[in-house]
Design a protein around this ligand. Structure first.
Ligand SMILES: [Zn+2]
Length: 823
């Protein structure tokens, strides 16, 4: 260890630690000039002013209100045309204190129109390149992008609004504005009133894989049935009332794709007419099982109660039989979903169906029917893990928020990677068909299935129940949900990477191309790390490092409880987390949510100080030793080596007082001064001084600098010479007067050999190398590589290449010849 030893003067100690180190005082002055930022400034200056709708505590205020919309929808799926036609009746309740002259309706399907704002404002980034050899590299466009363009050019997409009429059947005026529709009310709708209107509509369903949508159909051309089969996932499929809120009035952000949905709660009654051999999964509870299920299927559904593992309602064998041929007959499935903010459904003749009742207990919803719907392509992976993951999610989430309040929780396999709606989720992972007819899956696919089901079922809590505004803030549902899905996930299997480990966000945190978490959803760059991982890591750090589990869990649960079936804003979350825990977190929200700063705390220097005794006979002898320990001059060493004698050595007879007494010689004048110092001390000062001198502890001064800008606690650990360790959690408030440089005094009995900052990598510190004092050698690897010379274009021998034969269909591509194709 190479800590420099410096004496500490007793006057400093007795000076009550006011400003012990001048370097610190200097940097404090510099910090208030130029780029000065108060990282601990009150966040209330930034947050909206509390009012009667939203309180300063982050609770719904005394006059909190939200609108309500009930829906009655009849929809028919035209399988051959891949189209739905429907009529809906919406009952809109004006609970606001305002009179409304119009109602805005969301037409999300219109995002697929060629003239939508989303399409017209989409950008293209690939460019042709010329390299130094003068060889052109073309710009690139993926076949997926081309497929999307072709699909959208070939199909008439978006809502067809056939008719809108009031409760007496009179046509109503409306104006379509992109993905929204303004419905003009014949009479103003006063506070406390409700109104009813009907919309007849239809649209051609998008092919989900072609356009990259959250819903749509997926085609299976290889099914035994002539022409194959489809899975239909139907979401954003009916004109939905736009949210009208106390903080924004009507939501008027266009649907551009990233900013999902902001919705009102209501009751749904939905009749879904589909081919008679289809199985339908939907938000809510099936009302007419006798009309659509066989008696065997109904019995099996009854067996789901008390089952240890999911039971099949439709077995894999039955589903396989089912998908071999179709019928012209139709059947109507009737569902009711109460107090939901949306309604989605899925339909296919390919579905295997399993179910298990989750015995939740309590009095909110003691039994929840957990179900999965998947084609043979889902296979054993779904059979084993889908419904099990649904139940596991409810077990964990309810512990951290509230009892799952709905009667069903479903996981449906289809073309969507992962998407959530009330009581129903769409999840993408599948098995792979092998040449021998078996189906296998990779470890990654298995982890993907468990992870995505937990995540999407978790969304039924956030934002389907804690109804945050997704059009504005993706992080409020994705960030909170990613944090909690990782809690649930690590309780399932901690070996699966869950994406909340602090080190997982480091590359993103130090990248330059980023925006704060508090950025509107459609303007966010790098949506994954920005809206999912960074807020999830931040919350995990809040829980595990800053607040502790007890305070965090209490406050988080309080937030969920306060805003269950209501609409929270970011301020409500920030305020509740502080108010319910009693921990001021303004600095944390500022750093993690309002800035792009990252964490990089460097331990720059450590001094080891030893207490001066003031006794000149002791202190000056120590100084003499110190002088003797300094390196001698190379000049002197070399002169000695050459045998060169100094004048003093050559003339020993000429000596005086100074040859006998060095500069550390102690005089009585100094001894008298020491006695006089002791005599002038007050009794308590004398006690303190004598004790400090006799204990002779080690005083370590640690200089820290904040290179990343984000203020964070300093998790300090140190090792003593005898191998034992000690630690100190220095709160972030150490940076309150100077956010760039701080110093800390650590007093120990034993000698310290090294200090480490955040040794467990808990704070997302982007540079670990500067966390150690003394610095450590960084272990890494070096790899030998084979050069590509001459370059491919020089090596190309057209004379030889032209001799190759044209391959026939059944010849397999040889590896050599395809190698150069994927440049
Ligand atoms: Zn999500």
């Amino acid at each position: 260890m190479k800590n420099s030893t410096i004496w500490i003067s007793a006057s400093v100690l007795i000076g009550a630690f006011v400003m012990p180190f001048t370097a610190n005082a200097e940097s404090a002055i510099q910090q208030t000039k130029g780029s000065y930022q108060d990282k601990f400034r009150q966040l209330d200056e930034t947050l909206p002013t509390p009012n009667v709708y939203r309180s300063a505590a982050g609770e719904p205020g005394e006059n909190y209100w939200q609108q309500r919309a009930d829906y009655d929808i009849d929809v028919t799926l035209n399988e051959a045309a891949r189209r739905i036609d429907a009529s809906e009746t919406i009952t809109y309740h004006n609970n606001s204190p305002y009179t409304l002259r119009y109602i805005w309706i969301q037409l999300d399907q219109n995002i697929f129109r060629n003239d939508s704002m989303a399409e017209r404002s989409s950008t293209f980034s690939s460019r042709p390149e010329q390299n130094l050899n003068g060889i052109d590299k073309p710009a690139r466009i993926s076949l997926g992008q081309l497929r999307r363009q072709q699909f959208m050019a070939d199909n008439e997409l978006g809502f067809e609004i056939k008719k809108i009429s009031d409760s007496r059947g009179q046509g109503m005026d409306f104006v379509v504005v992109g993905t929204k529709l303004r419905l003009d009310l014949p009479q103003p709708l006063k506070p406390g009133q409700k109104t009813e209107f009907g919309i007849d509509f239809g649209f051609n369903i998008v092919e989900s894989d072609a356009v990259g949508a959250r819903s749509g159909y997926e085609h299976f051309p290889d099914d035994e049935r002539e022409g194959g089969n489809d899975i239909f996932l139907m979401a954003q499929w009916y004109p939905r009332v736009t949210a009208f809120t106390d903080y924004e009035a009507w939501t008027n952000k266009e649907f551009l794709g990233s900013g999902e949905f902001t919705m009102e709660f209501g009751d749904f009654e939905v009749e879904i007419t589909v081919p008679a051999d289809h199985i339908v999964s939907a938000s809510g509870v099936l009302q007419n099982p006798r009309d659509v299920l066989t008696s065997t299927q109904r019995e099996r559904l009854d067996d789901a109660k008390g089952a240890e593992r999911p039971v099949f309602v439709v077995t894999p064998e039955e589903a396989l039989e089912n998908e071999k041929e179709a019928t012209d007959e139709m059947k109507t499935w009737r569902f009711v979903a109460e107090n939901v903010r949306d309604f989605a459904w899925a339909s296919s003749r390919k579905f295997i169906w399993d179910a298990q009742v989750y015995e939740q207990g309590g009095n909110v919803m003691p039994e929840v029917l957990a179900m999965s719907f998947y084609p043979k392509e889902g296979g054993e992976l779904w059979e084993k893990y889908s419904t099990a993951s649904v139940i596991h999610t409810m077990e964990v989430y309810s512990r951290f928020s509230f009892d799952y309040p709905y009667p069903t929780a479903q996981s449906v396999n289809g073309p969507v990677g992962g998407m959530e709606y009330p009581m129903i989720t769409f999840n993408g992972p599948r098995t792979e068909l092998q040449d021998d007819g078996s189906r296998t899956y990779s470890l990654a696919e298995k982890r993907f299935l468990i992870g995505v089901v937990i995540h999407e079922i978790g969304h039924i809590y956030f934002p389907m129940i804690v109804n945050s505004d997704e059009r504005q803030w993706t992080w409020m549902d994705e960030g909170l949900n990613s944090y909690l899905d990782a809690v649930a996930g690590r309780e399932w299997d901690p070996d699966i990477p869950w994406g909340v480990e602090a080190r997982g966000i480091i590359d993103y945190m130090k990248s330059t191309n980023q925006v704060p978490i508090m950025t509107q959803s459609d303007s966010v760059l790098n949506l994954g790390p920005n809206a999912y991982t960074k807020p999830a890591v931040a919350l995990n750090i809040l829980r595990e490092v800053i607040m502790g589990r007890e305070l965090f869990d209490y406050a988080f649960k309080e937030y969920a409880r306060r805003w269950m079936f209501k609409r929270p804003t970011p301020a409500d979350f920030f305020r509740t987390m502080e108010e319910a825990s009693g921990v001021d977190l303004d600095w944390f929200w500022r750093g993690w949510f309002y800035s792009t700063d990252h964490v990089d705390i460097s331990l720059d220097r450590v001094y080891k100080l030893r207490m001066d005794t003031k006794d000149p006979d002791i202190d000056w002898e120590r100084r003499r030793q110190e002088e003797a320990n300094k390196p001698t001059s190379l000049f002197v060493e070399r002169n000695q080596a050459e045998g060169r004698k100094t004048w003093v050595e050559l003339n020993p007879e000429v000596t005086d007082f100074y040859d006998e007494n060095d500069e550390f010689t102690v005089t009585n004048k100094q001894r008298n001064a020491y006695q006089s110092f002791l005599e002038k001390l007050e009794p308590w000062e004398r006690r303190v001084f004598d004790r400090a001198v006799s204990e002779d502890k080690n005083y370590y001064v640690l200089d820290f600098s904040n290179l990343g800008g984000l203020v964070m606690p300093i998790l300090l650990e140190w090792t003593y010479a005898d191998g034992t360790t000690d630690s100190m959690h220095i709160p972030a408030e150490i940076w309150r007067r100077n956010a760039k440089n701080v110093s800390k005094l650590i007093v120990t009995d034993k000698e310290v050999t090294d200090f480490a900052v955040d040794p467990q990598w808990e704070t997302a510190d982007v540079d670990i190398a500067n966390n150690y004092y003394p610095r450590r050698i960084i272990p890494s690897r070096i790899e030998a590589y084979k050069g590509n010379w001459p370059a491919d274009h020089i090596r190309r021998d057209l004379m030889q290449e032209s001799k190759s034969k044209l391959k026939t269909d059944d010849e397999e591509d040889s590896k050599d010849e395809t190698e150069n194709d994927d440049q």
